[in-house]
Structures are given as C-alpha cells and as structure tokens.
Write a protein that binds this ligand. Structure first.
Ligand code: FHN
Length: 449
C-alpha cells in the first residue's frame, strides 16, 4: 500500500512538471504537440502586432462572417465579391503604417467564417481572383512584410459557413447538412493551408472558429501535426483545437492534451502569466471588420492596453478593419502613428521584455530585460511607490524614460521608496537599473506591496 501511495504522489509531481514541456516542447509525452521554442520566443519578443479583418463584406460596413444571413441575406452576401474592387489597396502603405506604429507583425484574415479567400487558391473560385480586383492580396502583403522586415501571419477560419462540406450551418442557411462531409472539408483545409504555407511562408497561423461541434479535438490534433510537419518553426495558436481559452475565459486543467502554441484572450487583458506565451487580440474600434463611424479607442487607452498586456507577459494583436477601397481610416492611422512615437521613446520597456517581476496593480505594471526593471505607471495622480526588493538586488539608478531625468529613491530594509511627479500623460515608464539579470527573478506577489 505504502509503495502505491508513493508512486501516486510521484506521478502527481511529475505530471505537472511535464505540462509546460509537453505543450511547448521539451517533454517527450506527446511529440505531436512539440512546438519550436526558438520561434515562439521570437514571437513573444515581438509583443505588438496588427490584426486585419478584411473582405467583400466591408462593402456593407457590417461584421465579417457573422452578418452572412443576418444583417445581409445569404444570397446577397455571397455575391458581394463581384463588387469587391479595392483599387486603393497598397500593401507597402499598409506595412509602412504597421512599422511606423511600432508593430512587429501582422495577421490578415485570409479566410474568415464566410469562406471567402483573399488569396489565389487552387481549391476554390470563391477567392480574390474572381473579383474585379483580380490581384492576390495575400501575396502582396507577404512580399511587403518581407521587404520591410515585418513578420507575416495569417488568420484562417476552421468554420466555413459557405463551404458545402462544412457540417454546420449559420444565418438560416437552408442547405441540408446531411450532404456535408467533414472529411472532405478537412482535406480542403489541408490543401489550402499547404498552399498558403508553401506560397506565402507565414511565420504564424491564427486559427479561429473551431468551437462548433462538427470540428473535433481529433481533427485539431491531426491538423496541428500536419502543419508541424509542413513547417517546423510555424507558430500556431490554441484555437486550432478545442481548448479555446481566449473565448471561454477558462483555464483547462490538462492543457497538454490540446494542440496550440499560445493562448488567445480576446477583447480583454490576459491574466498575468510570465511562463507561457499568450496574446490579447482586441479591436481598435468596436467591430472587427470596417464599420462607418465606429467608436474608436484613443491613444491613452491603447497605450495603457499595450502596457498592461506586456506587464502580464503577453502580446497585443490590435485590430484594424480596412475600408472597402483598400485604405485604413485616417483617424486609425493617425492614432497608430502616435503609438509609434511613444514606442520610439519607450519601446525598450515593451519589446524583448518579460512580464513582471511584480504582479500587476491598477497603479502600475512591470516588465524587465537584462539588468533593468521597467515600472509602467498607469495612474496619473500617483505621487510615490513603495516596493519590496528581491534578495541581493541592488538598485544603481532610476530614470524617467519620458524626460530622461533621474528619480530620487531610498532603500530601507529591502524596500524601495520612490517619489513620483503626477504626470499628464500615461502610461509613462520608470527605468530601474539593478545589478542583477532580472529575467531570473521570481514573481513578487501583489499582497507584498
Ligand atoms: O468570430 C470571430 C470574430 O469574427 C473575430 O474574428 C474574432 C477575432 O479573435 N474571433 C472570433 C470571435 O471569437
């Protein structure tokens, strides 16, 4: 009995230690789920990217996918491609804006739930080459990303309410499901994903739409392994499988069981997690695809979101919905360029950093890199901060990154006190120079300060 009890305890101890390794490489338990950790840490270093939801539906200014059969009758929605002619689309202009905004990668909807393909696909005519525009949007963006050194990511919806073999209908689609054959649809997806990988070489595939019953955990695992074999350093999000933490806001107690390289909290700041990669996706406006006169988030809100996500250890994928003529709205471009100016001054506190070591509060979050800890001040009125300092850490100097001015501080009994001047613009960054490599510091719990 004693031996069995000991074996049980050891099994519990080791099973947890394999969770991270299994899911992110290292553990031998399930090679199907092995990702490329080097590619993943590069993705994490990128920190800030642009999500792009675009397609013929922008002609009506309603939500992509979801308005098929609701705001727009299916028969009309499925004909919109015949009008789609974004003559002002300029891939170089888009990617120049991405770079000027300080963003390091893009994720473009190559196919959303409506099934329309923004690239020249050999496997369907429901694609950009059947529109009056007749140019491969995805190709042009892939070329522009390479030209300007921006990582190229693609969004691909596993749900396809247009495809006859996808076995779930939406929007009152009258077609009988019995004629649908998911195995044929999976083959269609594999063919399309193979041509996307081989012809456009994305660094990342952002899956979505896997929540419907017809798409199973088995399909997700098989698809992950298929893609992993096609491109070993491809980054694949958690929505390729059924542990869709981003939408359900729930933790899975056995994440190693599910495929996917990182978690995808949506329209919210993800929970503090400096051990596993995650990315918040969020709209700059309210709608994912373009909507005339949509409500837009301002510069301060956008920068606070970026700081809070980085302070929690995550990436921010910030969404722009391009207009039907192929341009970004000027107000969105202008705001993004202001974010870029802030990042010109403060980007060292965002890029290639790790979240923490202090757990986030409503007044501040922290990031760290090399021997530095960056305090992101989120509260305009804050006039001072008192924090415990980790053992053996010495503070050499403290500087306000915004104005370059040194900040006076006291250290008493492993506690640092620093005075702040309430500021008109937030977030602003206080850089703390220490004598230690901060990456190794354990998280300092919020109840200690
Ligand atoms: O249904 C989609 C939605 O249109 C959008 O693409 C977002 C982006 O994360 N994902 C799904 C909703 O969770």
């Amino acid at each position: 009995m004693k031996f069995q009890r000991l074996a049980f305890i050891l099994a519990i101890i080791f099973s947890n230690s394999f969770t991270y390794a299994q899911r992110f490489g290292g553990g031998e338990a399930n090679p199907k789920l092995r990702t490329n950790k080097q590619a993943l840490s590069h993705f994490q270093d990128n920190r800030f990217g642009m999500f792009l939801h675009w397609g013929p539906v922008t002609l009506r200014g309603v939500e992509i996918g979801w308005s098929r059969g609701t705001a727009v009758p299916i028969a009309d929605y499925d004909e919109l491609y015949k009008e789609f002619n974004p003559v002002l689309f300029d891939a170089d202009a888009w990617i120049k804006t991405v770079k000027a905004a300080g963003m390091k990668y893009i994720v473009i909807t190559t196919k959303h739930h409506d099934g329309f393909c923004l690239w020249d696909s050999k496997f369907t005519d429901y694609d950009i080459m059947s529109t009056p525009y007749k140019k491969d949007i995805v190709k042009e963006l892939a070329v522009a990303c390479k030209k300007y050194g921006v990582d190229f990511g693609i969004y691909y919806s596993l749900a396809d309410w247009h495809h006859p073999d996808y076995a779930t209908r939406y929007g009152g689609d009258p077609r009988p499901v019995k004629s649908s054959k998911m195995s044929r649809y999976v083959t269609y997806m594999k063919n399309q994903l193979k041509e996307l990988i081989e012809n456009y070489d994305p660094t990342l595939i952002w899956f979505d739409g896997g929540w419907e019953e017809c798409y199973t955990h088995e399909i997700g695992m098989d698809l992950y392994a298929y893609l992993r074999n096609l491109k070993s350093n491809l980054i694949i999000n958690d929505r390729i499988d059924k542990a869709i933490t981003g939408i359900e806001e729930k933790k899975y107690d056995n994440p190693e069981k599910y495929a996917g390289d990182y978690e995808t909290p949506e329209q919210r700041i993800g929970a503090y997690n400096v051990n596993e990669p995650w990315e918040t996706c969020m709209t700059i406006c309210q709608q994912w695809s373009w909507k005339p006169n949509d409500t837009m988030k301002g510069l301060e809100t956008s920068l606070l979101t970026l700081s809070k996500v980085a302070g929690g250890g995550g990436n921010l994928l910030y969404n722009v919905g391009p207009m039907p003529d192929g341009r970004f709205e000027k107000r969105q471009t202008d705001m993004l360029l202001e974010m870029g100016k802030w990042l010109d001054k403060n980007g060292e506190a965002i890029f290639k950093t790790q979240g923490g070591p202090y757990e986030p509060t409503s007044d501040f979050v922290t990031t760290r890199k090399d021997t530095k800890i960056y305090l992101h001040i989120l509260n305009k009125a804050l006039s001072g901060i008192t924090l415990p300092i980790p053992e053996n850490v010495k503070i050499n100097k403290i500087v306000n990154l915004d104005n370059g001015k040194s900040i006076a501080f006291d250290v008493v009994n492993n506690t640092i006190k620093l005075q702040l001047v309430p500021s008109i613009s937030i977030p602003y960054i206080i850089e703390i120079e220490t004598n230690t490599n901060t990456k190794g510091l354990r998280t300092i719990k919020r109840n200690l300060y």
